[in-house]
Design a protein around this ligand. Structure first.
Ligand SMILES: Nc1ncnc2c1ncn2[C@@H]1O[C@H](COP(=O)(O)OP(=O)(O)O)[C@@H](O)[C@H]1O
Ligand SMILES: [Mg+2]
Length: 360
């Protein structure tokens, strides 16, 4: 089976995607799958990568990464084509190992749907909702899941009426608060604000990455994460805990310094484990997710109250990332996890293709 692995992308998490895709490419069961690496540059150009090692060692997909290719958005024939007309392999299934914008947000998923290609993970809607922290929290609230208080505002309002914006936020959210671009991940553009001055700066920082901004009440909490796998009958791993090596779990703490620790399993009571797992599956269902997701929680340090922080529909996927490590600790090794995800992708595609698209 030809497995297309999408890597890179027009996203602040481009480099993270390269690390994840390297692990998938190396670990995938070569007896079952023939992996084909397709790189997307930071500019959004697609390439068939002839020398995966060069991309992995450089850490990004450059404009000289390989043969320029594209996917034609129609389900007949071979949707994967080279721009110069040369022959490229057909793809049976795609694993979009893309994090963040233009990859984890439903855009690439829409292209695959149009082209009729089965793909790993969430569909268009769950991907889009999972990326948008404002919409995500609305659905979580609707499903009765506990989330921390927030307000949202547009970049335009925050720029053109800064005084008003600051007052509006302060009226609803006490300090410290967390200011985030609505659509992103890996903590890019996120800052903590302890004062009006910091809030002012944090709004500018978040506005660099999105035209929608969310401001949340900060909670002093432990960070617990849970891996979910499945389509209609999602299963949940044992929970893990992140101990950030810095002030909070920012980009540096996630990828640059070695001081952050993962605790697997997370030291929680049986009752807390049960609650976290139940909430993880409910969060997965709340956004109609498929394939995989990592659901992240805050467990407050004082009272142990549990909040759902977010759902990640394409979580970090290196061999040392939390998502696969939690499955490994739950009895499912990395290579088998990839096979399971591909089976789930095919199952979902089969299910979708049963829908009639004509009416007579
Ligand atoms: N409301 C909050 N209270 C306390 N810490 C927070 C809050 N929101 C975010 N953080 C910190 O910032 C990190 C990144 O925020 P998160 O919303 O998970 O964004 P991302 O999607 O980029 O991972 C969290 O892991 C946590 O350390
Ligand atoms: Mg997070």
């Amino acid at each position: 089976m030809k497995l297309g692995i999408l890597v890179g992308g027009r996203s602040g998490e481009h480099e993270v995607s390269v690390m994840s895709a390297k692990s998938v490419f190396e670990a995938v069961d070569k007896n079952k799958y023939d992996p084909v690496l397709i790189g997307i540059s930071k500019e959004g150009c697609w390439y068939l990568i002839e020398d995966p090692e060069s991309v992995f060692s450089r850490g990004f997909v450059g404009p000289d990464a390989g043969l320029p290719v594209t996917i034609i958005p129609q389900p007949q024939g071979q949707p994967f084509v080279a721009l110069d007309g040369s022959h490229v392999p057909g793809l049976d299934v795609v694993f979009p190992v893309l994090h963040g914008t233009f990859g984890e947000d439903g855009t690439v998923q829409g292209l695959m749907d149009l082209a009729g290609i089965p793909y790993v993970g969430a569909g268009v809607m769950a991907s889009a909702v999972g990326m948008d922290k404002i919409m995500m929290k609305r659905l979580f609230r609707y499903a009765g899941l506990p989330v921390v208080k927030d307000v949202s505002l547009t970049r335009r309002f925050s720029r053109e009426s800064r005084e008003e914006a600051l007052k509006y936020i302060e009226e609803h959210i006490p300090y410290p608060c967390f200011v985030k671009p609505a659509n992103l991940g890996s903590s890019v553009g996120i800052s903590r604000a302890d004062s009006r001055e910091e809030l002012d700066r944090a709004l500018d920082e978040a506005a660099r990455y999105d035209f929608k901004i969310i401001v949340e009440q900060g909670v002093p909490a432990r960070e617990i994460e849970c891996s979910v796998l499945g389509n209609d009958a999602p299963e949940c791993s044992i929970p893990g805990e992140i101990i950030p090596g810095r002030d909070f779990y920012d980009y540096e703490a996630k990828y640059k310094d070695d001081n952050s620790k993962l605790l697997i399993p997370a030291p929680l009571t049986e009752e807390q484990v049960r609650q976290v797992q139940d909430l993880a599956v409910r969060a997965f269902r709340a956004i109609d997710c498929a394939g995989l997701a990592r659901v992240d929680f805050f467990v407050t340090k004082d009272t142990g109250k549990i909040y759902v922080n977010e759902i990640n529909t394409m979580p970090g996927f290196t061999t040392i990332s939390m998502y696969p490590k939690l499955w490994e600790a739950s009895g499912l090794p990395y290579d088998q996890l990839i096979s399971r995800l591909i089976d789930l992708a095919l199952e979902k595609h089969q299910e979708k293709s049963e829908n009639e698209t004509t009416y007579s």
